[in-house]
Write a protein that binds this ligand. Structure first.
Ligand code: HBI
Length: 364
């Protein structure tokens, strides 16, 4: 197949602003090329992705949907369900490029959680597969997602059932794609140091304050890695936990990040929202690191309670702290084995290739 991947407009690939979708796009692109498909990636200017083919598109980055969600302060003063875009939007420039080249591809794959690509689907001749990268955030996105699932059944892909459950009724077939990583990049570690890890975009929906509360409660140092997306939030959580032992290492490459992650006794995941998946959880398992998280969103479908980590009642920090005392019950090799069985690139490629072929067959 000739595939055109259209990336998220919130940040250049490699910047970390695109969070899990950057990793998903990179891993999937690699795997599709390995399977013999030809592939082109469209992404905002200044994107880097190793040696993968990227067409850089200029224009102003899109506002992240989390800041425009239902609870956003602006929503109180504005009409219901506004769809926001900056002037000279990179999102529109990317899809204008799609319009010009679409006849050269069998399938276009949209990675943006934005209104425009869903709306443009019926304007294009080539089929569009939409990877929905988050749970329900706004009425405008819910509406266009529901509409697209009705008009183009089978063209919406999600990570998990927990993510799909946050949306209004969608027209089947619905594809649950889970996720997958290049396991060869993650080295198993059987002897961890006295430290816990927290990974992800530093932004309110990720609940970093609970991670610091665990460090405070256990007096075990929390190693934090990820892009600071909300500086004010980052300052606030540090002020709220002045004595919590932690180290912030910034946004690292996968290679550097896993060298630190693998030595952790556990990864602490503290999603405040319904995390669609949680790629960081399978990165931890791949290193043999158990995951302690809330029974909310993607982590609830990744972690096997008592076997590859512990699932705790949402927002119950004391429960997270209790779970750190039970880590001796977890066999770290089992964590790595589960990652190999369920979250390899081959498994990922299998699921996506079936989805893409189903879309093309349905259209013929
Ligand atoms: N917001 N508007 C918008 N568009 C996206 O594609 C988007 C986003 N916020 C976050 C995001 N994508 C990625 O971090 C996903 O991995 C969640």
């Amino acid at each position: 197949m000739k595939l055109l991947f259209v990336s998220t407009p919130v940040g250049a690939l490699g910047s970390g602003i695109g969070g899990g979708v950057e990793l998903s796009l990179y891993n999937l692109a690699q795997e599709m090329i390995r399977r013999g498909h030809s592939l082109q990636i469209l992404a905002p200017a200044d994107s880097t992705l190793d040696d993968l083919p990227i067409v850089q598109i200029s224009g102003n980055l899109q506002i992240i949907a989390q800041s425009l969600d239902r609870s956003a302060a602006y929503a109180k003063h504005m009409p219901e369900g506004l769809i926001a875009m900056p002037k000279n939007p990179v999102l529109a420039n990317m899809w204008d490029y799609v319009r010009r080249v679409e006849s050269e591809y069998d399938l276009i794959v949209n990675f943006a959680y934005d209104w425009l690509p869903f709306y443009l689907t019926s304007f294009l001749k080539s089929p569009v597969a939409h990877l929905v990268s988050m749970g329900s955030l706004s009425d405008a996105m819910d509406e266009i997602i529901v509409q697209t699932s009705k008009q183009f059944p089978g063209t919406l892909g999600f990570y998990t059932p927990q993510q799909v459950a946050t949306f209004p009724e969608l027209t089947p077939p619905i594809y649950y794609l889970s996720s997958g990583i290049d396991l060869s990049l993650y080295q198993f570690c059987g002897q961890p140091k006295q430290q816990l890890a927290w990974l992800g975009r530093i932004s309110p929906e990720k609940g970093l304050e609970d991670g610091l509360a665990v460090a405070n409660g256990t007096n075990i140092s929390l190693v934090i890695m990820g892009k600071i997306q909300d500086e004010a939030y980052w300052q606030k959580v540090q002020q709220d936990y002045p004595n919590a032992p932690f180290e912030y290492l910034g946004f690292l490459s996968t290679r550097e990040m896993q060298q630190v992650l693998r030595e952790a006794q556990a990864l602490i995941m503290t999603p405040r929202w319904v995390e669609a998946f949680g790629n960081v959880a399978i990165e931890a398992l791949a290193c043999g690191v158990p995951v302690i998280s809330y029974t909310r969103g993607g982590p609830a479908s990744i972690i096997q309670d008592g076997k590859t980590g512990f699932l705790v009642e949402p927002d119950n920090v004391a429960g997270l702290i209790e779970a750190t005392k039970r880590l001796g019950e977890i066999n770290r090799q089992t964590c790595r084995n589960v990652a190999e069985a369920e979250f390899s690139l081959e498994e990922l490629g299998e699921r996506y290739e079936k989805w893409f072929i189903d879309i093309l067959n349905f259209r013929l």
